[in-house]
Ligand binder design. Structure first.
Ligand code: NAI
Length: 257
């Protein structure tokens, strides 16, 4: 398939896990991807994986902490200067932590909210402007996909900061969709259940935790990052041309059990 030919895409948190897979799949289908993250060595590894064997590279890297407006603004300048056009943004960068509400330090609350929610606002604002400007010059598929979570749909015992940030991402997505629709930009969120990535690695090393996920998931297993990425790329592609303001739950059937 070549769904992303003539497409410029930015993927945040692309140095590992779901973001890496999403960028990889988009590039495999002809897209040019800008890999965004804080650690250059991780981004370079992913870029090498994507560009391997290609005569013309399809992956660029840009170092940025997406919780910082100055760095996100430099990212928008870079995309504008380098490509002069932008079609897809995947707000994937995220992090988690564990604490009860009564024990949680304010710094920990802010760390999670800034990484998972504020970053989506900052990136969508800065890159959304680039997308809106380019949409005036040329029509075509333009989409933002925000990575939320199954946790955004339910109470989160010991992860109240994480689950509330993801619930907010799902709602923020709807407001963005409304504001960006006149520019022909669709905005949707994808809510993964448990997938095997560096984020969940430590938890999944605990056999009891892994067994609990298997027991509580209709499909009886943990997901793979590529299975989440496939849904993200669908939402980003023109196959989803009539979908905006929606959330796609990809949880192996956790919520139905
Ligand atoms: P991951 O840890 O492999 O990926 C997250 C990436 O975001 C990392 O490369 C990290 O360095 C980057 N990142 C974090 N803070 C950043 C910042 N301030 N600026 C730039 N980059 C930053 O984990 P995974 O699982 O691939 O996570 C991707 C998204 O999927 C996250 O938003 C996460 O909350 C969400 N998710 C993951 C689930 C899972 O089971 N793996 C379940 C539900 C949601």
């Amino acid at each position: 398939m070549t769904r992303f030919e003539n497409t410029v895409a930015v993927v945040t948190g692309a140095g590992s896990g779901i973001g890496e897979q999403t960028a990889f799949q988009m590039a495999q289908e002809g897209g040019k991807v800008v890999l965004v993250g804080r650690t250059v060595s991780k981004l370079e590894k992913v870029a090498d994986r994507i560009n391997e064997g290609l005569t013309e590279p399809r992956a660029d890297i840009f170092q940025a902490d997406v919780t910082r407006e100055d760095e996100v603004s430099k990212l928008a300048d870079f995309v504008q200067r380098t490509y002069g056009d932008l079609h897809v943004v995947v707000n994937n960068a995220g992090t988690s932590g564990k604490s009860t509400i009564m024990e949680m330090e304010e710094t920990e609350w802010n760390r999670i909210q800034n990484t998972n929610l504020k970053s989506v606002y900052l990136v969508s604002k800065a890159l959304g402007r680039v997308m809106a400007e380019s949409s005036e010059k040329e029509e075509g598929n333009r989409a933002i996909v925000n990575v939320a979570s199954l946790s955004g749909h339910k109470a989160g015992a010991k992860i109240p900061h994480y689950s509330s940030s993801k619930a907010a991402v799902i709602n923020f997505t709807k407001s963005l969709a409304l504001e960006f629709a006149p520019y022909g930009i669709r905005v949707n969120s994808v809510s993964p259940g448990f997938a095997e990535t560096p984020l969940t690695e430590q938890g999944l090393r605990n056999k009891r935790f892994e067994e609990a996920i298997q027991r509580n998931t209709a499909l009886g297993r943990v997901g793979k990052p590529e299975e989440i990425a496939q849904v993200i790329t669908f939402a980003a592609s023109k196959e989803a041309s009539y979908m905006t303001g929606s959330d796609l739950l990809v949880d192996g059937g956790w919520m139905i059990k």
